[in-house]
Each structure stands twice: as C-alpha cells, then as structure tokens.
Design a protein around this ligand. Structure first.
Ligand code: CTP
Length: 428
C-alpha cells in the first residue's frame, strides 16, 4: 500500500518514527509529510532515512511535479499521527497553508487522524467541533488513549501506541472496498499474516538448502482471507510470480510495490518477499505486532549452514568435499504461540507429514499440535504425489490439544476457506 504519513508538531512526533518503521517493515511504501513544527521535534533526516523518500513541508518544492496535488492523488491511505489541535483545526477549516494540509485536500483515499494533546485541549469545544466536522466528512479520527501526558498530568489525549494506530488505520483502508466483498466478510477489518513458500538457507552466494514448497497453499489462504475482508500481509519465501498472481498480488507485489484490493475484493494483499528463515522470521514477527491471526503455511528449514562464505566454494580435484555443519533455526511458530503479540491473536500452523514406522500422519500431527502450542494445526499428507506443487490438498485441522476440529479436501482454496472457518470458530 502507498501510505502518506502526516506528522504535526507535538512531543508525540517521536512515536511517528516508530509508526513509520512498523509500516515499512510490513512492506508498505511510506512518504512522510511533516509540518514545520513537527521538524522541531524530529529532524527530516530521520524520516528520510527510515522512509527512503524525500521529506519536505513546502508546496514550493518540486513545483513542476505539482507535488501538493500529486502526493494526495497517488496515495492509498493518509495517516496523520500525531494530529495536534492546530492541525485538526486547519484540516477542519479546509486550510491549505502547507504541504500536509494541501495534501489532505487533494487526497481521495481513506484519511485517518490520531490526535495527541493535553486533556484540556482535547476536551475544548473548539477541538470537539473540529473533530465532529472531520468525522462528518469521512475522516477516521482515532480516540486518543488515556494516560501519562507530557508534563505531570494524566488523562485522555495521549497518542495511542504505533501498533494500535497501524492496525486501526490499515483496517480503515481495507474497509473501504471498491465493490462488494466476494466472500462472507467475516474477516472484515482483521489483519492477517500468512507465510507461504519454502525458505532457502544459503550455503555460499550461489547455493542453498531448500525444499519443494510452491507456496500455493499459503497464497490460496491469503486470497481467501482478502476475499473475506481481511487486510493480508503475505510473507512469501521464494514464491514464483505466477503463483503469487492467484492472490491478486502479482509480480509487482515487491517489498515496496505492495498490491491492493482487486475488483470485488473486500480486503487487500501486501506481499513481503523473503529468502531465508532468518528473513522470514523478521518479517513475520514485524507483521505479527498488529495481526489478529498469523498462519505459518511456509515450509521452514529446520537447519541452516553454520557458516556462509562470501565467495563460492570451489571443488579441489581429488579432495573430498568439506562437510557442511548445520545449526538449528528458531521455531517461528512455537515462538509466536508462546509470545502472543496481541490479546486474542490466533496462531495457526501447518504440518506436512509422511507418516513413518513411529506413527501415521495424524499421530505425528497430534504430537506436533501439542508441542507447538498453536491454536490450530492443519495437517496434510505429503510425498508420493500428494501435497507439494499439486493443485489440490487434503487437511485435517487439529486444535492445540490435538483434537480434530475440521476436515477439508479439494482445491487449495477450499482448504484455505476451511482453515478460515476454523479460525472464525476460535473467536466465537
Ligand atoms: N515452523 C516454523 N519454524 C521452524 C520450523 C517449522 O515456524 N523452524 C512451522 C511451519 O511453518 C509449520 C509448522 O511449524 O507451520 C510445522 O512445520 P514442520 O516442518 O512440519 O515442523 P517441525 O517442527 O520442523 O517438525 P518435523 O520434525 O516434522 O520437521
């Protein structure tokens, strides 16, 4: 998503830096538009370095590009955090006296404002009237949190935490669909994170240890969730563009150029591309900060080479190859289940099993469900033409105690919908 982050001049401007970083880590392209006063609290280089984009407060910069209109026109979402009493007042009056206020007039996308000020200022009839005007015009004004303010005072007026602002703002962005939802809409306003594909652990700059996961099941999960109204972060480990197309998140869906909602789709899919398990872990943990559900459908390497030389390993004629020592990767799913980032967050795992002398597919699945601590584990049989790279799938969904809660067979999309049905049941 292309997000404009407006920052006005209050102490809480430092939290805009954290919000910026969070949105970037989730794969969004963010351009910061501070007011002059905001730059007295946080310097432009900080915003420029973290966003990778230029920062200006002036309508007279880049005049040929008609920047004051172009920025607003090209945005998918505008978030103003913190929004001071002065900014709310200027926006309510329709003023256009700096780049941020002109951009607010030019934007046709959802606009979210997170006010921050002292309680007296927040409760003043002038501010209340400005907020009422803005809300009437469709601006989503987030209620400030209550708590410690800049001085010794406490009360309503505190800027909410960056994770909460990001979550609410992204939910607003996806709740404004072009057209009707294609699915039941039961994930509307939810942020879901799905990992897909298979990780690659580098041996040297040209070789890796990988697996045969195509990412189709994860992509089907992302597409189904978006159709049911969710805002989806799809963390894609080495998934081909042709497979990503199915999520409406085709080749353009790179780290920065995230895809948006398709026609008739309520939610949207933002793709974050990763390679190794370490990259996957970082991306999933960052996105999980604001997620209602995290589904680990990626095939994650359990081990990685202990050392990865910068240069290609050469064979020495006549000599035996040097052994590759492996070290264990962290278990991302178990970590997410142990340390829930938000109350009520549902964590879902997938287990691809072949069965062996020690037990059948389901028995291995039951043990894994209890071991991992996830709320749900979707178990499927792989090997001998089943599972990897095929269009259809068959899964048994277990709860954390290993009890069967659902079974689904058919296309990966049908399996995906069965998994989301099970997630919705956990909430109810
Ligand atoms: N998983 C993970 N991090 C890892 C390994 C696996 O998050 N390091 C997740 C997978 O994404 C999947 C679930 O755990 O959702 C089960 O993966 P699987 O490879 O079947 O589990 P393992 O614990 O590696 O068990 P096994 O010994 O069968 O390989």
């Amino acid at each position: 998503m292309r997000i404009l982050l407006g920052v006005s001049g209050g102490i809480a401007a430092y939290k805009a830096v954290l919000l910026l970083r969070l949105l970037r880590e989730q794969g969004h392209a963010v351009r910061v538009i501070p007011t002059e006063a905001a730059l007295r609290f946080v310097g432009a280089p900080t915003f420029e370095a973290l966003s990778g984009e230029p920062v200006t407060t002036e309508v007279f910069d880049d005049v040929p590009g008609v920047q004051h209109v172009a920025l607003g026109q090209g945005a998918d979402l505008v978030v103003v955090a913190p929004a001071t009493a002065d900014l709310l007042s200027r926006a309510a009056a329709g003023r256009a006296d700096d780049l941020l206020t002109t951009t607010l007039l030019a934007a046709r996308c959802p606009v979210v404002m997170a006010p921050a000020m002292h309680t007296e200022m927040w409760e003043h009839p002038a501010t209340r009237a400005n907020v009422a005007v803005l809300r009437e015009r469709g601006v989503h004004v987030i209620e400030p949190a209550s708590g410690r303010l800049t001085g010794k005072d406490t009360g309503p007026g505190r800027l909410p935490e960056p994770e909460d602002i990001a979550r609410e703002a992204l939910a607003v962005a996806v709740a404004a669909p072009p057209g009707e939802p294609a699915g039941p809409g039961d994930l509307s306003g939810k942020h879901v994170v799905v990992s897909a594909g298979g990780t690659r652990e580098p041996i040297d700059p040209v070789r890796f240890i990988g697996n045969r996961s195509s990412g189709r099941q994860g992509v089907a999960l992302a597409a189904a969730a978006a159709d049911r109204g969710a805002h989806v972060t799809l963390v894609a480990a080495n998934v081909e563009d042709s497979v990503l197309d199915a999520a409406g998140a085709g080749p353009g869906g790179g780290r920065d150029a995230a895809s948006a909602a398709g026609p008739g789709r309520a939610g949207g899919v933002t793709v974050v591309h990763v390679g190794s398990t370490a990259e996957l872990a970082d991306a999933v943990h960052a996105a999980a900060a604001t997620a209602d559900v995290v589904v680990m459908a990626a095939a994650v390497a359990d081990f990685r080479p202990e050392n990865t030389p910068d240069a290609k390993i050469k064979k020495v004629p006549g000599e035996a190859p040097a052994p590759i020592r492996l070290v264990e990767n962290p278990d991302i799913l178990a970590g997410l289940a142990r340390e829930r980032r938000r109350a009520g967050q549902v964590v879902v795992g997938f287990a691809a099993e072949t069965g062996d002398a020690a037990g059948g597919v389901l028995e291995h699945g039951r043990q894994k469900a209890r071991r991992k601590g996830a709320d749900l584990l979707a178990v499927n049989a792989v090997g001998a033409g089943l599972g990897f790279g095929t269009a259809s799938n068959e899964v048994t969904v277990l709860d954390g105690a290993g009890e069967v809660v659902a079974r689904a067979a058919g296309s990966k999309r049908a399996v995906a919908d069965a998994v989301w049905d099970a997630v919705v049941k956990v909430w109810s």
